[in-house]
Write a protein that binds this ligand. Structure first.
Ligand code: FAD
Length: 490
């Protein structure tokens, strides 16, 4: 194929992965990024000897990063390393129950049996079903364009597809989990996987119960230098592959003729190209730089995924009872999700996620101290005033920590930084601060996600967490590889 001039709008992980792939194929690639740095939602804060990953913290399918770093002739995988976690997460419940979610399925099942009385075979059987579902659907729904699903489906081994016949997609994740388990704690633990794409277990299809496979069979990992080292490695790879990045360059408009994008207009001037790839949250893309394009229905009336409110606390001591990932569960998960997706309010007893990267990356906090990332899910509400709301949420969170961990964290907080739906929206361009674009609360969600190539503007492509196949680092990497395949065909 002749060398093409490609413009990528946005240096999030999806945009950078697409840049690496296209540059490796010999195309001329320029990335236009409105911020002063790459990474989008994968950010970091450094303050007073502490370092915080500000966005993603759960890292699965690391081979997708390796694959990207190993493309072409530059061998750039050596500066990125990671380890497999023995304990995926430590779960804490209001009634005092604690569960260590070991990565090894048998150890995990035994731990659950010990802590809750749930038979270990029920857990093993559940994880095996999750694995079969993942293996049956990943080629259909993750690693190929959605419009090619039928073709891929025809080529798949019918034996592999059999597990899908047992799924009732009309059933919610929660109703299916209730059939598998008796213990409310175990049901809640597996319901939680709905939040991995910002959805509700009381609304999302049971098909999504396969997500637990990624952590408990395939494994949860953590980069040796923290999550932001993924950005550093991919950025370096892009530079080594010849990609040109222009920062502080915001795309404001597109010039179109005969269903072709001709150029983009930015605060730094106009740029023309043969191909344009947007890594901008698709709900923002059609409202801002591409406001003159006709937006699909799923964008006009989006059902957004949840957002987050995060406190980054430099803590003046260590907490040996906590692990890298910790969840302090709400006493009433159904009410919490109602508040997130129906009444759209802050919930007084939120599930608190506590992530402490210094448990693994010792240099992330000074000796004897810890870096706490304290997050609750909140409705996508970047347009609200968070000054007052964050104070209320902070009180709920501290009460929760006191009740569940029997410790008042307040005297140990040396300093605080905060991310709100508003700041997430402003910095990363995600519509209303939604973390994963649209949610998966309907059984049609997977089919309604925006495609990776525009059906009208043939030289316009889409990558990143708000389009097919979905949100989260692995799926963004998959979207970039789909874009590469689509471009190869033209
Ligand atoms: P984004 O990160 O959305 O970046 C888009 C880029 O486009 C930004 O840099 C933005 O500045 C730029 N841009 C926007 N508009 C313009 C414009 N007009 N002109 C030029 N540039 C523009 N994923 C996981 O896998 N595990 C997790 O544990 C996890 N937790 C998360 C926690 C939080 C708090 C957040 C915010 C996200 C989390 N995610 C997680 C999701 C994951 O971070 C995202 O799915 C992924 O990083 C999105 O990448 P992207 O390619 O869509 O680009």
């Amino acid at each position: 194929m002749r060398q093409k001039k490609c413009i990528i709008i946005g240096a999030g992980i999806g945009g950078m992965a697409a840049a690496v792939r296209l540059a490796t194929k010999g195309h001329h690639v320029v990335v236009l990024e409105k911020n002063y740095r790459p990474g989008g939602k994968i950010g970091e804060i450094k303050r007073d000897g502490f370092r915080f990953d500000t966005g993603p913290s759960l890292f699965t399918l690391p081979y997708l990063v390796d694959e990207l770093l190993n493309l072409g002739n530059t061998h750039d995988a050596s500066y990125f390393s990671y380890q497999k976690l023995k304990t995926v997460c430590r779960y804490f419940y209001e009634d005092g129950t604690q569960i260590n979610a070991y990565e090894n399925p048998l150890e995990f099942a035994e731990e659950i049996a010990l802590r809750t009385g749930e038979p270990k075979d029920a857990v093993l059987n559940y994880l095996s079903i999750a694995q079969q579902r993942y293996e049956a659907t990943s080629d259909l729904f993750i690693f190929n364009p959605l419009n090619k699903a039928l073709k891929v489906y025809k080529d798949l081994d019918p034996e592999k597809l059999k597990p899908l016949l047992k799924v009732n997609p009309l059933q919610t994740m929660h109703s299916e989990n209730k059939k598998h388990f008796r213990s409310p704690q175990v049901i809640q633990l597996f319901d939680r996987y709905a939040t991995y794409n910002g959805s509700s277990p009381f609304m999302a299809s049971s098909m999504l119960n396969m997500i637990s496979h990624l952590e408990h069979n395939s494994g949860a990992f953590f980069p040796d230098k923290g999550m932001h080292s993924i950005v550093e490695a991919v950025y370096k790879k892009a530079i080594n592959s010849g990609v040109n990045f222009l920062f502080n360059t915001e795309v404001k408009d597109l010039k179109i003729k005969n269903n072709q994008i001709l150029s983009v207009h930015t605060n730094q001037g106009d740029f023309d190209a043969d191909l344009f790839i947007s890594d901008v949250d698709v709900n923002t893309f059609y409202r801002k730089p591409a406001a003159r394009l006709k937006a699909p229905k799923s964008v006009k009336n989006p059902s957004l995924s949840s957002s987050a409110l995060i406190f980054y606390w430099g803590m003046d001591r260590t907490f040996p009872d906590l692990d890298l990932h910790n969840i302090l569960f709400s006493g009433n998960y159904r009410e919490e999700f109602n508040a997130l997706f129906k009444t759209r309010e802050l919930y007084h007893d939120p599930t608190v996620y506590l992530f402490i990267s210094s448990k693994i990356v010792k240099s992330d906090a000074p000796e004897g101290k810890e870096n706490w990332f304290v997050m609750i899910n909140v409705p996508p509400s970047g347009d609200r005033d968070w000054m007052e709301l964050k104070e209320i949420a902070r009180k709920y969170i501290i009460e929760k920590i006191k009740r569940v961990l029997k410790t008042d964290p307040t005297p140990y907080i040396l300093f605080e930084e905060v991310a709100t739906p508003h700041s997430i929206q402003e910095f990363t361009g995600s519509f209303k601060g939604a973390l994963y674009g649209n949610n998966s609360n309907s059984i049609w969600s997977a089919f309604l996600r925006h495609k990776n190539q525009s059906s009208r503007y043939k030289n316009l492509f889409f990558t990143g967490g708000s389009v097919h196949p979905g949100g989260g680092i692995p799926l963004c990497l998959a979207s970039a590889s789909i874009v590469e395949k689509e471009i190869e065909k033209i």
